[in-house]
Design a binder for this molecule. Sequence first.
Ligand code: PEP
Ligand code: MG
Length: 545
Amino acid sequence: MDKYTGKGVYGAIAIGKISVFKQQDAEVKRMHVDDTENEKRRFEEAKTASVKQLSEIYQKALKEVGEANAAIFEIHQMMLDDEDYNDSITNIIETQHINAEYAVAVTADNFAEMFRSMDDAYMKARAADIQDISNRIIGNLSGETSEENSSDEKVIICAYDLAPSETVALDKDKVLAFVTAHGSSNSHTAILARNMNIPAIIGAGDEFLKNIKDGDQAIVDGFTGEVFVSPDSETSEKMLKKQAQDEEKKRLLQELKGKENITIDGHKVNIYANIGSVGDIGKVLANDAGGIGLFRSEFLYLENSDFPTEEEQFAAYKKVLESMAGKKVIIRTLDIGADKQCDYFQLKKEENPALGYRAIRICLTRPDIFKTQLRALYRASVYGNLGIMFPMITSVLETEKVLDICNSVKAELDSEGMAYSENIELGIMIETPAAAVISDKLAPLVDFFSVGTNDLTQYTLACDRQNPDIEQFVDTHHEAVLRLIEMSATNAHKHGAWIGICGELGADTKLTEKFLRMGIDELSVSPSFVLKVRETVRNINLSQE
Ligand code: PEP
Ligand code: MG
């Protein structure tokens, strides 16, 4: 048995087989080949396998996300038949006597560059598709495509690290746990793991990844951050017991369903859930959340290979609002950038992406993208109780600009005779120290604040949330962060706005009492934490010091 230790980001136990995640951008080696005919045959076989996989994915997507979203996989199948693309690959194999993998990779780079240089936004976005289909062929050539997809067995996904876009693309029904060699606990991948209720460990180290292989039996303890590879019988027995106890605890929490979020002395608080996609609603309902406090809408963009259209977004927002049957649903507008990169946005590489062109900064400079999303949101608002919130706000001017754009979208819809609700609440995220410090000026402009503690902590403590090497310096209970939250709560209430917390700290039950004493009105947490926070609230007595 080998034991590796990282940091647990979702507490639960998983027992099963390892599947080593193949990073899409793995370097392709250039190799000389004598038999070019054989190499071309290998390419044809890999292409046939790719077409088959894409047609299976298309059928699955058709069922799960509808025709509009599935269409891309049909387009990918057609791209595989493109004459120029195929000629380029076979020519390179023949003339340079090199392996098919390398010929595909070179062709992909050339074609992607060609698409990128085009003026038309649609054609530009095809660059990502070319890379995507080429990666699939390369995967099939090297026998490294996710064979796990063909089996129904759930596996423990082990990776160097996982980008948010890679995490959303995984088949959630087949993932038992995540273990990454690198990564940090506030990264979006860790947040996604929490949202998915699956045990997850980050920072298990390079040795771990070096020593494991597909099919190895392992146990993941998301509580302690330990991974046991080829566990001995004593460890297996101990872990099985721990797993049963954990499941029993979670079962007991289920008894709190239908109960109020009320302290012993009668103070009530809203406990809502955070989601990243329409598919998370089941967990929100199963955990009896009072609403959705944060729908990270950017995942709609990350899941797509091109800008989601107004109709596609409208369908997703409508579905969430209808499913929540009149309960509050707060949808955050696009927060792309920093660690959430989307190829078709064509964002430049930045020295400090977390301090760069992201979130509202993209929306305010690309009103076409922003307005499409706002139109979809306003149109969907008639199907439920919608709140819209804006990320990464730092100033009054930005907030005013955002509100002006909302008004212009409403005027546009009016002129087209399109209906929208008059009762949409508009709020901003407090996730920069600037917003917290001027919260007295921001509060009169909005209906609510929602504190994004993940970014607020990163910017206040000057600690990159993506950097695992500085986690020891991240004091999540730092007085500076808590003071900024309290200041925002006081200012919100002074001006008739309400305030919630939607960052990960909202689920930290060591702080629940403190938050209630500050006057926080809502805590929005991963669905699986809703009942735990409810239990904590019900044991608090604010009348006692
Ligand atoms: C936050 O910053 O706390 C937040 C909720 O937003 P995200 O984690 O998506 O940046
Ligand atoms: Mg944030």
